[in-house]
Write a protein that binds this ligand. Structure first.
Ligand SMILES: C[S@@+](CC[C@H](N)C(=O)[O-])C[C@H]1O[C@@H](n2cnc3c(N)ncnc32)[C@H](O)[C@@H]1O
Length: 408
């Protein structure tokens, strides 16, 4: 068996197998077929195959179904992403954040004294900690409630981010004074001081999934830089919709300078700050009617769009209605979804959000508590059942954020 396996993995992939793997990566993670991916695919499969129960690439590929993404594909994608990042990346964008965006957000939140920031595709954490340092430099009082969340699909990058230890190369754009103030020298580089490390938390998330759910709501700033340059158009615009939906009215979206632009700008204003382009969520949003669920109004009888099987359609319709700002319609769909699938944590979570959006705090808290109970059986790194993008730990943190918000 061992000999068989080693023979199987020493042979290069056939052209159709290579094509199939790249196609799967694109479909499940949004990452489009690139020279970079193609050049690494054989080596990546070679590393991942022995960690699975499959003896060869043919059987590995046969394990993929339409319904689920097998674990090996999550492992494999980590070898195909580009994790290039460093502190204080892009001086114009950093100047815009330091001199305009963060001061504006701090002034706007002056009464609540809270800020929410999401770095989507944070790699090894330099971007998140840059934001933490920029905030520390503003000397906000200890009574500020600051939430800085970094998400990435690469678990090894997230491990490095949590550890907060960096080589000299990460500081190529960082003034020595800043490095000396916020880092302690150690073996092989510098480690962030504990106060900076504690400001940030990191979660696994697949930004290319079609059921993507933001890990924060009411965010003041969402940063997604140098991620969608590797995505196909559909995944890029789908991701942008989720990023925008996470923003508070007046909240800011910062993309990388070479990233594609959002095409649906109905709820967005384009703002130029210090030679950098940003997007800002309008304070009065234009209601958006999703085309895929034209009959969002609840009916007594089952609408034709919904298959009479306990599929995810009611949940999808509920989520779309929530996103479109119709919590009343969402509630109807989500009640049906949770009735049909009482153990579905995603449906329970969405139901809680619909109650929260309708101002029914008691029912919202009960549904959030039920979501937590449904997640109890899983580890933080497991995927939420029925989702290809959301880790259990991320959903737990998101629920905690909502509960805190309701309590406030
Ligand atoms: C070039 S780095 C950008 C890091 C940082 N935002 C910056 O600009 O310095 C791109 C990051 O996106 C992540 N990424 C790529 N595809 C992803 C996906 N489908 N879901 C989540 N993260 C993804 C990669 O793992 C990588 O860490």
């Amino acid at each position: 068996m061992t000999r068989h396996r080693s023979e199987a993995i020493s042979a290069p992939l056939s052209a159709p197998q290579r094509h199939r793997v790249l196609e799967l990566v694109q479909r499940r993670f949004g990452i489009r077929d690139s020279d970079y991916g193609a050049s690494r695919i054989d080596a990546a499969v070679k590393l991942v195959l022995p960690t699975t129960e499959y003896p060869d690439v043919t059987q590995l590929l046969a394990s993929v179904t339409d319904e689920s993404t097998p674990r090996w594909l999550f492992e494999l994608v980590q070898f195909l992403t580009v994790g290039e990042t460093y502190f204080f990346r892009d001086p114009a964008q950093i100047a815009a954040l330091r001199d305009a965006i963060l001061p504006e957000a701090i002034a706007r939140r002056g009464i609540e004294r809270r800020l929410r920031v999401w770095s989507a595709g944070c790699s090894t954490g330099e971007e998140v900690y840059t934001l933490a340092i920029l905030l520390l430099q503003r000397n906000l009082g200890a009574d500020w409630d600051i939430s800085l969340v970094g998400t990435d699909v690469n678990r090894e990058s997230l491990r490095v981010a949590r550890e907060g230890r960096y080589p000299a190369w990460s500081f190529r754009s960082t003034p020595d004074t800043v490095r000396d103030r916020y880092f302690e020298p150690g073996t092989g580089g510098w480690r962030l001081t504990e106060d900076v490390r504690h400001m940030a938390r990191f979660s696994w998330m697949n930004l290319g999934a079609d059921d993507l759910m933001a890990p924060v709501t009411d965010a003041d700033l969402v940063v997604c830089r140098n991620v969608t340059i590797y995505f196909d158009d559909v995944a890029t615009q789908r991701l942008y919709r989720t990023l925008i939906s996470a923003l508070a009215p007046g909240g800011w979206l910062m993309l990388g300078p070479s990233d594609p632009l959002p095409t649906d700008t109905r709820n967005l204003e384009r703002v130029e700050v210090a030679e950098t382009i940003l997007w800002r969520r309008l304070t009065v949003a234009t209601p958006e009617r999703p085309r895929s669920v034209p009959t969002i109004t609840p009916r007594r009888t089952m609408p034709r769009l919904v298959r009479p099987t306990p599929s995810g359609n009611e949940l999808d319709a509920g989520l779309l209605a929530l996103e479109a700002g119709s919590p009343g319609s969402a509630l109807e769909w989500l009640r049906r979804a949770t009735f049909r699938q009482p153990d579905n944590a995603l449906a329970q979570f969405a139901l809680a959000r619909a109650y929260a959006a309708l101002g029914d705090q008691q029912r919202a808290l009960a549904a959030f508590a039920h979501t937590r109970r449904l997640l109890d059986a899983f580890g933080a790194d497991d995927l939420v059942p029925g989702s290809d993008s959301l880790a259990v730990g991320t959903l737990r943190q998101t629920v905690a954020g909502f509960v805190d918000q309701l309590a406030a």
